[in-house]
Write a protein that binds this ligand. Sequence first.
Ligand code: FMN
Length: 229
Amino acid sequence: MKKLLSFALCTMLLFSLAACSGNQTATSGEGESSTPSSHVAETSSAPSEPPESAEETENSAETSEETVSETGGTLIAYFSWSGNTEAMANLIQQETGGDLFEITPATPYTDDYNELLDIAQQEQDENARPELAFQVENWDSYDTMFVGYPDWWSDAPMLVYTFLESYDWTGKTLIPFCTSGGSGFGRSLNNLEASASGASILNGLHVQGDDVENSAGEISDWISRLGLN
Ligand SMILES: Cc1cc2nc3c(=O)[nH]c(=O)nc-3n(C[C@H](O)[C@H](O)[C@H](O)COP(=O)(O)O)c2cc1C
């Protein structure tokens, strides 16, 4: 009877040991596959210290990114309603490696061409400053700004002046570019100076809207002549 009892106890002991070790494996296995990797990194890299919260970890990454801001960058800011100026901006980006920024109205323009003609005319008559949807982040990190737009009624769209007047241009280099049906920059070159006071304005380039796709060579030559570093 004693033998039977001790055999039964031994069997129970062995069984419960096996069950325990099985649970540990499943937990760590589960942990590896389902725990977010950040949590795994925290616990394994600093086992003796309390793990940082996820929020703290994110914030410290943001801070270190922010402190690494540099100067000397190139920005290619453009407004485009039907795509020609955007295509030109993309060619400039390929040539310079700069950052693209689309000047976007807070209230989108109509898709109707005839309606747009009237709206653009009215904005010009009122010397309007339509609101922008977005601002350039890290403005200070850019020294050279290409600014592009379509010719609207022989001037830049008023939105472009809102953009120019939103920033401090002191010490910046501004290089205008423009597409049109044939009029070129119109009055916009004179007006740019007033809205971007403090900027050094270099020679701009106008390309006819329907010639943009063949203008890569012209754009490359123009940028070489600008003598940017
Ligand atoms: C409201 C409006 C006004 C325009 N005014 C002129 C103009 O005065 N002279 C001109 O040559 N082209 C004019 N155009 C034609 C555009 O400048 C031309 O199509 C340009 O390439 C469009 O650029 P986007 O595709 O980037 O919007 C006008 C177009 C619009 C929509």
